[in-house]
Design a protein around this ligand. Structure first.
Ligand code: IMP
Ligand code: MG
Length: 182
């Protein structure tokens, strides 16, 4: 637990301690054990989604005991001609993921829209299987059906920063997670 209650300020907004880095480490290790049990003897490709997942991914893979590859990919957002408006495409996948077991590594699932749009793109590329490994979920905000097999922690509908997560680009470096102060 936090032995102090120091708040942080990012771009004029105050955040208070929420999840201590010691607890994050325990939850990441526990999640890795589940993944280790399921993927023993397999050789999956992990796809970590930039920018937010870089710290979670770095900690997670150091607990994994099966052979695997890791790639980093990013969403490019652009206005499409489609009536749905904004389309997002995953860019930066460098090797063929066809017929491979894939684990998408993401920092946080909020409405779920991002992951919901990503899964068909991976299936189109002919992956053998795809699962999601996420550090945090806000179940109260989920607005699409999403099957998330690996989730380290569930949190209420609040905005958080730290451990890779940002507020307006800043705050990813904090070891612990902080929640916006009302
Ligand atoms: P979704 O598509 O609504 O699930 O949004 C997922 C993305 O929103 C994440 O990958 C984050 O980049 C961002 N996000 C959602 N909630 C938070 C938060 O509390 N803090 C920082 N970023 C967040
Ligand atoms: Mg993200």
């Amino acid at each position: 637990m936090f032995t102090h209650t120091s708040m942080i300020t990012i771009k004029g907004k105050q955040f208070e301690p929420f999840i201590h880095h010691g607890q994050i480490a325990e939850k990441v290790a526990a999640l890795a054990e589940r993944i280790n049990a399921d993927y023993a003897g397999k050789n999956p490709i992990l796809i970590a989604i930039l920018n937010g997942a870089f710290i979670f991914a770095a900690d997670l893979v150091r607990h994994l005991t099966f052979d695997h590859e890791i790639q980093f990919a990013k969403f490019s957002s652009y206005q499409g001609m489609d009536t749905t408006g904004k389309l997002t495409e995953l860019i930066g996948l460098s090797s063929d993921i066809k017929d491979r077991d894939v684990i998408v590594v993401e920092d946080i699932i909020d409405t779920g829209t991002t992951m919901y749009n990503l899964l068909p793109q991976l299936k189109e590329k002919g992956v053998k299987s795809v699962e999601i490994a996420v550090l945090l979920m806000k179940p109260g905000k989920l607005k699409v059906p999403l099957d998330v097999k690996y989730c380290a922690m569930e949190i209420p509908n609040e905005f958080i920063v730290g451990y890779g997560l940002d507020y307006d680009g800043v705050g990813r470096n904090y070891k612990s997670i902080y929640v916006v102060k009302e």
